[in-house]
Design a protein. Structure first.
Length: 221
């Protein structure tokens, strides 16, 4: 569902998809993180199946460099984050940061349910590390390893459901293999923004605690 919002400074209205598209793509260009870097669009053009079979790894590695599909996935995932209905759904399925969703997924009989658990928790870690987690909030590389593992498991379960690869399973696999890159791109997008994304990054821990204390005091008046 498309969500429209109003910019407080200008009064202009915009969809969440267009807002995140502009922020993400501008960040990739201006921060020298271009889309499709290293991708050769004509690598296997005119090649027969025998050549593709013999050079499958080169073809696969080349396909991984194409990430316009990942851009689209990130934009839609960010837009869903702005929808309160989706936040409620996410809260029901996300496990704690100190927990492993695999322990819950292993008990699920339906593969579709396992896929959904892994995907939602992978998305959560990606957004948490890219938009919210910084400095004292990050506890090492463990979260990155979890994010990679969750996306890989989501892709694997989706292939099992669909009986083979699909556009979405390829995107999930790309996110698994290049998880740190996409976290970095989201961080760059947050830090260069003049809205909420940069606010959470720039405020210090002490300032945040004072703000929370003051808000609590005001609510209890």
């Amino acid at each position: 569902m498309t969500v429209r919002f109003c910019h407080l400074d200008t009064g202009a209205t915009e969809t969440t998809e267009s807002f995140f598209f502009e922020n993400l793509m501008t960040t990739r260009v201006e921060e020298d993180r271009p889309s499709n870097a290293g991708f050769n669009p004509v690598l296997d053009e005119g090649r027969d199946d025998a050549w593709r079979d013999a050079n499958w790894k080169q073809v696969k590695d080349n396909e991984l460099q194409y990430d316009e599909d990942v851009n689209q996935y990130l934009i839609l995932t960010l837009a869903e984050l702005a929808n309160p209905k989706n936040l409620s759904m996410m809260n029901r399925n996300v496990v704690g940061l100190g927990s492993d969703v695999g322990q819950q997924a292993v008990d699920e009989v339906e593969r579709a349910r396992r896929y959904w658990l892994y995907k939602v928790n992978a998305d959560f870690l990606l957004l948490y590390l890219g938009l919210l987690g910084s400095g004292y909030r990050i506890r090492g590389d463990g979260y990155f390893d979890k994010g990679k593992s969750y996306y890989h498991s989501a892709a694997s379960n989706l292939r099992g459901i669909q009986g083979g690869v699909s556009g979405l399973s390829d995107v999930l696999e790309k996110l698994a293999l290049r998880f740190a890159l996409y976290v970095e791109i989201l961080r760059l997008m947050k830090n260069r923004s003049d809205n909420y994304f940069s606010f959470y990054s720039r405020i210090t821990h002490d300032q945040l605690e004072r703000l929370e204390s003051e808000l609590t005091r005001q609510v209890n008046l």
